[in-house]
Design a protein. Sequence first.
Length: 171
Amino acid sequence: MLDITKLLQDAIYLDNQLIDKRDLLLGPEGHLREIMVRLDQSLASCYQAQFDYGLVKHQALTHTELLQAYTVAMQWMLIFSARKQWTHLVVMDKDAFQRIIAADPADKATVADQQYLAIKQFMFSAYTTHQQDYYRHAWHLFLKWGLVDLQLEENEIMQAHDQLVSSLLGE
């Protein structure tokens, strides 16, 4: 199982350190806006089209690149929960976690697209309406997307997280 408490604590610590190190003066609302922009960008960098429909040819991400992109997106999701004081929504018991990883993978490109868009919709709704349920749905769907659909392993997410944190803190 993912150590969500560790992921959350590290994300909060990392966010505070980066703000201090870089002397960022964002203010609470500016900080949330920046988190949402960065989350949106990082979600897009994780997205893998199921078929070639784009106007520009894109190279598929390697597993390692996908893992790193997903880990960055996870950091932004966790930082968002911390800044909204919704951290209680990310921590879950083993049964809830098992239900997420036991979910069926998206079996069609249109379902995968719908799921990706739903994560974004829920996050933007949580940001604009300040309703916690939207964030909870986005978080659970995000975990399902990574662990089931993208087939990322819990231990490799934890390792990628540790590498990200240490690289950003210069440790």
